[in-house]
Design a protein around this ligand. Structure first.
Ligand code: GLU
Length: 281
């Protein structure tokens, strides 16, 4: 199995191709790029297209071009065909996720669940919500015997913190983000994860999987998300938020850097400033 073995710093940008990149995505990509390059590390690009319903292949080329246009160039992930541009795609890694899923099941850390969002919404007295709005699953099916296979919706992790999150949606065949991100970060030797603070809630989920699989915990840095003037987080599916090209590129990089300087710890800004000056001046 592909796995880097040295101790070098490695980071990644891992967009889901649900729309073109916006200023918030650029801020995260820039932060991760600078974080890694300030320590002469490798910076991977991973396309997180494991959500087959929401991912659209037409955005993949666009996202790559937007990154290149803004001077954020990734290192080539080795041993891929020329046409892959050194990028890995989650949609091509189902066999890898399946192997890890089978392992979790073999050590009795998964269960089949027949609950749907709708059925759970009718049990509001049992359901707790995480700050992000995600459901903290109330363990209804965890000890259920003899679930009829045709009714099964998901395979969930038997967690140790009463948050039995979804590993795989059996209705679509898609693996969940909280699961795949851990597998790929491990296999790509990622030592530093930089991502938007809207994903903070997944840390506990990631750690559950990392602990069972014996993976090291990468360092995680969260970047405050960019909001529009109404305080709403920018969305990739909103056409108006998308990054612009041409003469706007320089301005968008400067805006992203300003956002980081305003919101990130000064010691981190000090660390990455020489890399910013090298790559973007
Ligand atoms: N794929 C996620 C997104 O586009 C980001 C995942 C990550 O950085 O861990 O929101």
């Amino acid at each position: 199995m592909e796995k880097t073995n040295d101790k070098n710093v490695r980071g990644r940008f891992a967009p889901s191709p649900t729309g073109p990149l916006h200023l918030g995505s650029l801020v995260t990509a820039l932060a991760s790029f600078l974080d890694v390059k300030s320590e002469n590390g490798k910076f991977w690009l991973r396309i997180e297209d494991s959500d087959s319903q929401r991912s659209k292949s037409k955005f993949i080329g666009l996202i790559k071009q937007q990154l290149i246009d803004h001077g954020i160039v990734w290192d080539v992930w080795p041993n891929l065909g020329h046409e892959k541009d050194g990028v890995i795609y989650q949609s091509e890694r189902q066999h890898i996720y399946s192997n890890f899923m089978y392992y979790l099941s073999s050590v009795d850390r998964t269960f089949l669940c027949k609950c749907t969002r709708k059925s759970l919404s009718q049990k509001n007295h049992l359901v707790k919500y995480l700050e992000s709005g995600e459901i903290r699953y109330p363990q209804i099916c965890r000890n259920r015997k003899g679930t009829c296979l045709s009714q099964v919706q998901t395979l969930r992790l038997k967690s140790t913190n009463r948050d039995d999150f979804v590993i795989k949606r059996l209705t679509t065949g898609d693996f969940s983000y909280a699961f795949t991100v851990v597998i790929d970060d491990y296999l790509q030797g990622v030592t530093r994860v930089v991502r938007g603070d809207d994903l903070k809630f997944t840390i506990e989920r990631n750690r559950q999987v990392q602990t069972i699989l014996g993976f090291p915990f990468p360092t995680i840095l969260h970047v405050p998300v960019v909001r529009d003037c109404n305080g709403r987080k920018l969305s990739k599916t909103d056409e108006h938020s998308k990054l612009l090209g041409g003469k706007f590129i320089k301005k968008q990089i400067t805006q992203s850097w300003t956002h980081l300087r305003k919101n990130m710890p000064s010691s981190w800004i000090e660390k990455v400033t020489p890399a910013y000056e090298t790559f973007f001046f």
